[in-house]
Every structure is written in structure tokens, then in C-alpha cells.
Ligand binder design. Structure first.
Ligand SMILES: Nc1ccn([C@@H]2O[C@H](COP(=O)(O)OP(=O)(O)OP(=O)(O)O)[C@@H](O)[C@H]2O)c(=O)n1
Length: 449
């Protein structure tokens, strides 16, 4: 069985055991939504009318009492590892800290559904019969592809303001339209996101950015006014144009969205965050001289802005440093072929070089197409374990003499070009090098011997 099947099986056994003891029990929340959508749930949660102490009595030493006062206990799978959250059906009292209810009252499945955030997250399912228990219209909303708060959207967002970001994440991830009343509450309350702890905001951003719907999520954040409050330095990028030849795709914001889409499918969070921030220094450094636009030192200014943002979001030092490094050096590899070998080698042996290559590639692809520097750098990196980082030249001056050329200053130009073609893997043997010479000799204004 896969990990996922084990986890699902364990959650099913928990439901079965609770029912054996005479309790109601179902899978609940996000896993039901994911199963209806035909996606593999990351997690299976169980909801029951058994009280936490009853759950603890049934599962004994395997229980971890993580939030007994809110009716939440975790049950450990001692055979396969992993845990399942078992929560008692409850209604929440007033939310004072904007995160947890001050008190909870144990209640019915229907009331438990009503305390949840969005209709698509408010369903239960019977793992044995497959029946969906839906008191809040989640199924119909999923079918109609609508994200709708359960009950009064203002109340739902007021209880936990992180739900403002959760709304964006779910809408982007599942390509849902946001119901107008929910949308209106979201836009009006966007300025209250600052009451949420930085770590929780960072966690939501992380979930949005590592998912393939990342650009959609960022665009929706902009549209709802959340970028202004969560990522304010990104706002000035909207409406800054770099000019057609450099950036045909639109303004800087559009460019960033395109770069996000061009990242590898499952990027690390620092890579995705750096991609979001890589040009954040441009609006502040933009200057026009004789009709030409420049952004001198934008990568250094960008690094400072990124550093400040990472600190505000309380990212770990390791992640902050990685993000800042990627922002500062996002253009560095564009000059790889012209760098001194020692410098290039040093850069290519840095931890995080794969992320830098991925960022450089996505940035180039978004603007002018595939970057030949990426393959060039990969060639260097891959050559490392098996031998010299820079492979021996295929052709030397002696070879050119043997080929019939008379020595002269053109030798170094010819050798350099052959070497470039070799590093680009356009030629891979001495025979291919000489064929290449046959073809290109005229361009060096040298007569064929
Ligand atoms: N602020 C929150 C957080 C969670 N929930 C409820 O608790 C369930 C589990 O929450 P969580 O694990 O955070 O999210 P999932 O919906 O499972 O989504 P995913 O794990 O895919 O992010 C949600 O489905 C929702 O019913 C809620 O109402 N309000």
C-alpha cells in the first residue's frame, strides 16, 4: 500500500472503531472536497459525536491530546506511522483572538458544518458507503465551481482573518469563482489581514506559491487588495513597462506572473518566492536616458526589499538568505559564457544553484526565449564528478596547422569559437570539430586549404 492508501485505511479504521462503540463518525472537511474533485487528499480528518475523553478511552495510548478544549485529539497509527485528527462535532463560541473560539459547545454534525469556513470544506462522507453528508450546499457549489463562505461571510472572515487568504488559495487551486457576497466581504476586510500572525500568513503564501496555481493566486490577491497588505512592495510593479524588445508580455507584474508559471512544476518555496520578488527593485531604480529605460542595480535594491519582507514574514534565516541570494543573482548567469572560469565555477558550486538556474531560465523564457546559458552551466556542473569541470579542448593550434591553415591571429578566434560550440555541445568530437571548421571557415575570412 502507498502512504496515501495507508493513511486513508487508518482513517477508515478509526471511523469503523468509533461506530462499533456506538458513535457517529465520518471523514470531514478538506478530504471530502478533494475526493469529490477526484484529487488525492493530503490528509484525512475524522469528525464524531464522541467527546475527546471518549476518543482517548477508545484509542488509549495512541492518542495525542492536542486541543482537547476545542474537541480535537490526534490518533497515531502505531503500525504505519502517521496521525489522523479526530474532532468532536462542535459549535464555536466568539472568536476573541481572531484564530480560536473562546469556547466551544459540542453539537451535531449540522452545527459542526456551519462553523466551518467555506461550503466546499463543510461536508462529511461515510467511508464505507461513500455517502456525502452535505448540510451547506458544498456539493452544488463544487459542481458550479463557486467558492462561498458558509452563512454570513463577514462573520466567517471576522472569526479567523486567515480565511481571507485561504479563500484565495482555494479559489485559485480549484479554479473557482468567488461568490459575490463572499467576494465583497473579502475585498472590504482585506486590510485586516495584518492582525494574523506573520508565521500563519507565510504558511499560506508558501502553500499558494509551491502549487502550480501560484500565478492565479497572486493575481487574485492583487485583485482583492491583499497584495497591498501582505506584499506591499510588489504593488508598484503594476503599470511599469520595460519596453517591447525586453518585455513583450506586458508590465512588470505580468512578467512576474509569467515567470511564476515557467518555474519547474514543484519549485521549492524560496525559489517561488524569489521568482515573485526578482524584479521588485525595478520600480525604484527605473531611469530613462536618451529614450532608453534602465534599472541600474535593481537586483541589489531588490535584495534589500526581499530581506525586509522575509523578516516581516518571519521566515527562517536559511530561507531568507536563499531568497535574497536568488534575487540578487537572478541575472548573473546571463553572462555565464563571459565570466572568468574561476568565478563561474565558484558560482556553480553554490548550494541552491539549481534554483538559480531555474529562476534564470524562467526569467529568460518569459522575456526572450530559452537561455543557452542554462545548458552551458549544466554542462559545467555535470562534468564535475567525472573529471575536469571544463573539458579538454577538442582542437588545438597544432590541429589547425595539420588541417592546413597558416598560423596567425585568426587562430585564437577560431579556437575560441570551436570551444564555445564544444561547451554548447554542438560538437562532441574532433571529427565533428573539423567538419564544423569546413562549414564555418568562410566566416573567418580564411581560405580553405
Ligand atoms: N481557518 C479555518 C481552517 C480550517 N477550517 C476547517 O477545517 C478543515 C481542515 O482545515 P485544513 O486542514 O487547514 O484545510 P483543508 O480544507 O484540509 O485543506 P488543505 O489541507 O488542502 O489545505 C477545513 O476543511 C475547514 O472545514 C476552517 O473552517 N477554518
Amino acid at each position: 500500500m502507498t502512504n496515501h492508501e495507508n493513511h486513508r485505511d487508518f482513517a477508515t479504521r478509526i471511523v469503523g472503531r468509533l461506530r462499533q462503540e456506538g458513535f457517529q463518525a465520518y471523514w470531514a472537511g478538506g478530504c471530502v472536497r478533494d475526493l469529490i474533485l477526484g484529487r488525492e487528499p493530503a490528509d484525512y480528518d475524522v469528525a464524531t459525536d464522541a467527546r475527546p475523553e471518549q476518543v482517548m478511552a477508545i484509542f488509549g495510548r495512541r492518542t495525542i491530546p492536542v486541543g482537547v478544549s476545542f474537541g480535537v485529539v490526534r490518533v497515531r497509527d502505531s503500525r504505519e506511522g502517521g496521525e489522523v485528527e479526530v474532532a468532536t462535532f462542535r459549535s464555536d463560541g466568539a472568536y476573541v483572538d481572531g484564530r480560536h473560539p473562546e469556547s466551544v459547545v459540542f453539537s451535531s454534525p449540522e452545527q459542526d458544518a456551519e462553523r466551518r469556513d467555506f461550503t466546499i470544506n463543510g461536508m462529511f462522507s461515510d467511508p464505507f458507503s461513500g455517502e456525502i453528508i452535505d448540510y451547506v450546499g458544498g456539493r452544488a457549489d463544487l459542481d458550479a465551481r463557486v467558492l462561498r463562505a458558509i452563512g454570513d461571510p463577514w462573520a466567517r472572515f471576522r472569526e479567523d482573518k486567515l480565511r481571507l487568504l485561504r479563500a484565495i488559495r482555494f479559489a485559485a487551486r480549484f479554479r473557482l469563482a468567488i461568490d459575490p457576497a463572499t467576494h465583497s466581504a473579502l475585498v472590504t476586510m482585506a486590510n485586516q489581514i495584518h492582525v494574523v500572525a506573520a508565521e500563519r500568513i507565510a504558511q499560506e503564501l508558501r502553500r499558494m506559491l509551491v502549487h502550480e496555481s501560484r500565478s492565479e493566486a497572486m493575481n487574485r490577491m492583487l485583485e482583492c487588495g491583499l497584495v497591498a497588505h501582505v506584499l506591499p512592495p510588489l504593488l508598484p510593479m503594476k503599470g511599469v513597462f520595460q519596453g517591447k524588445p525586453i518585455q513583450p508580455e506586458g508590465d512588470l507584474w505580468d512578467h512576474v506572473l509569467l515567470v511564476l508559471d515557467l518555474l519547474p512544476r514543484e519549485p521549492s518555496f524560496p525559489l517561488a518566492f524569489a521568482a515573485l520578488l526578482h524584479d521588485v527593485g525595478k520600480p525604484r531604480t527605473m531611469a530613462t536616458h536618451k529614450g532608453r529605460i534602465s534599472f541600474h542595480n535593481h537586483e541589489l535594491v531588490g535584495r534589500r526589499i526581499a530581506d525586509d519582507l522575509c523578516r516581516r514574514l518571519k521566515l527562517s534565516n536559511t530561507e531568507r538568505e536563499r531568497v535574497c541570494w536568488l534575487v540578487e543573482f537572478h541575472q548573473y548567469l546571463g553572462d555565464a559564457k563571459r565570466l572568468r572560469e574561476a568565478k563561474l565555477k565558484r558560482m556553480l558550486s553554490m548550494p541552491g544553484i539549481d534554483d538559480l538556474l531555474a529562476l534564470h531560465r524562467a526569467d529568460a523564457l518569459a522575456s526572450f526565449g530559452e537561455s543557452p546559458q542554462v545548458d552551458y552551466c549544466r554542462y559545467y556542473i555535470e562534468a564535475q564528478p567525472s573529471g575536469p569541470i571544463n573539458p579538454a579542448p577538442l582542437v588545438t593550434g597544432h590541429d589547425l596547422v595539420r588541417y592546413g591553415l597558416s598560423p596567425g591571429s585568426h587562430f585564437s578566434t577560431i579556437l575560441e569559437q570551436i570551444r564555445e560550440a564544444q561547451l554548447d555541445r554542438l560538437i562532441n568530437s574532433k571529427r565533428e570539430a573539423l567538419e564544423w571548421l569546413d562549414e564555418h571557415l568562410a566566416s573567418f575570412k580564411v581560405e580553405k586549404p
